[in-house]
Design a protein around this ligand. Structure first.
Ligand SMILES: NC(=O)c1ccc[n+]([C@@H]2O[C@H](COP(=O)([O-])OP(=O)(O)OC[C@H]3O[C@@H](n4cnc5c(N)ncnc54)[C@H](OP(=O)(O)O)[C@@H]3O)[C@@H](O)[C@H]2O)c1
Length: 422
């Protein structure tokens, strides 16, 4: 079924812009099924027309912003980055009553409140899911999923570079500078990583999330920040000895009726939910009065995860802009895979001699026992149980084998067979 056409003017075709083009291309039919809209990119603004952009139609490229913004498109997607000219581009689009989607964290932190206000005054939509935590839908969760909650606190690992460095220091016992160099080689850290390391990047993201969670306007300068640059391998070792890991955590919480905001380098006990967040991943722990505690975690940056967030804003706007998608008629094919796994089995038996017969059947079906145990009850009403942990075997084999075993006279009932998940 052909959907309604929605035309997009794309500003910028770098890491995120190319990811977006790739994702729209790959999932075009899926998006149409889910939103009832056919997405079309009308023009793309770049600086350098000669740059190689695999998968992108060169005929769409231009260096003239007005050709993208004022060409009758329905929506402008800003993926240029930085404050200017991105801010002017967005204002121009809003003034022309175009919906806008952006991934621009720096601009949102500096001007998010007034941009959101300008969009509301023009009665158009303004999406910025990708500006915080890349592919994690935390902005949407705060704006709609959790909208019925009073938020008590929000804390998170918002900077992937710092988390990557702290994870490497803990895993490999290396010093900060070596871990930072590795992060730069792998492309997780900028050539100038100051904004990340000193906590200001996390503070910008915290401001964007806290403005949504606590409904109001905040200033980044009011957020005290603590960097991770002074952490040594010795600190990380000591933290481990006392059952902790070191993490950079950004927090916004209501204390005595007022909001407290901070970015700190802290020790977290191993069983803290944020302690399990490793490498360049991000996570946000939200506490709401109705929902209780909720953890959102995943990839905080990168071409496709960020493009996924941009696309979610685009489709959301498309749906509110006349997109209509009745539930798909086709029935979905399902399969039952024959998984290979270990199995835990508990059987009730009449007497200990049952073990011999059970072992014979297991051997005949090629199932190796990894561990076995038995509980023998002495009373007449008591129950004798045999417990077995098998080596990995196909589910079909285990089902056949334990059906055979439960048919033995000395085995009572069907027993319990549980797959050990990987
Ligand atoms: N990279 C990530 O993982 C990530 C994650 C979340 C959010 N973001 C945000 O997404 C935005 C884009 O990031 P990115 O990594 O995709 O940046 P990028 O790779 O540097 O791409 C920027 C694009 O904008 C174009 N551009 C820049 N300045 C321009 C100007 N003055 N006029 C015309 N075109 C201009 C560039 O053109 P040329 O190609 O011709 O140079 C390029 O295509 C930023 O706001 C960033 O903070 C990025």
């Amino acid at each position: 079924m052909a959907g309604k056409q929605l035309s997009i003017g794309l500003l910028g075709c770098g890491t995120v812009g190319r990811g977006l083009m790739e994702l729209m291309d790959k999932n075009r039919a899926l998006i149409r099924d889910r939103s009832g809209v056919d997405l079309q990119v009308s023009q793309i603004l770049v600086r350098d027309l000669k740059k190689e952009r695999p998968g992108v139609d060169n005929a769409l490229l231009t260096t003239r912003p007005e050709k993208v913004i004022e060409n009758g498109c329905d929506m402008v997607v800003e993926l240029v980055g930085g404050l200017e000219p991105a801010r002017s581009f967005i204002h121009r689009a809003l003034t022309g009553r175009k919906h806008v989607v952006t991934a621009n964290k720096a601009l949102l932190a500096a001007d998010g409140f007034s941009l959101r206000r300008a969009a509301a005054l023009q009665n158009v939509r303004f999406g910025f899911e990708a500006s915080v935590c890349g592919g994690i839908p935390i902005v949407r969760a705060l704006r709609s999923g959790l909208v019925g909650n009073e938020i008590h606190s929000l804390s998170g690992i918002l900077n992937g570079t710092c988390n990557y460095i702290l994870t490497r220091m803990a895993d490999d016992g290396v010093e900060f500078t070596d871990a930072l160099r590795e992060a730069q080689v792998k492309g997780f850290a900028e050539a100038d990583p100051t904004l990340d390391i000193d906590g200001h990047d996390a503070a910008q993201k915290l401001k964007i999330l806290a403005e949504l969670a606590f409904n109001g306007r905040l200033e980044t300068k009011d957020i005290p920040v603590e960097g991770i640059g002074t952490v040594t391998a010795e600190d990380v070792r000591f933290a481990r000895e006392i059952g902790c890991v070191i993490r950079q955590v950004a927090t916004a919480e209501v204390l005595d009726g007022a909001l407290s905001l901070r970015v700190e380098t802290v020790l977290l006990p191993h069983d803290h939910q944020l302690a399990a967040v490793r490498d360049e991943n991000n996570a946000v722990l939200v506490r709401g009065d109705a929902v209780g505690e909720m953890l959102f975690s995943g990839k905080g940056a990168g071409s496709l995860p960020s493009a996924s967030a941009v696309l979610s804003d685009i489709v959301e706007i498309a749906k509110h802009n006349g997109g209509f998608s009745p539930p798909a008629e086709r029935s979905i094919q399902t399969i039952k895979p024959d998984l290979s796994s270990r199995h835990y089995v508990r059987l009730q038996v009449e007497e200990p001699s049952a073990i011999g017969a059970i072992t014979t059947i297991l051997e005949r079906n090629g199932i190796t026992v990894r561990r076995a145990g038995a509980i023998w009850a002495k009373t007449p009403q008591g129950r004798n149980h045999v417990k077995i942990l098998t080596q990995a075997c196909l589910q079909s084999v285990s089902e056949k084998t334990f059906t055979e075993i439960s048919a033995l006279d000395m085995v009572i009932g069907k027993g319990v067979v549980l797959r050990v998940a990987q």
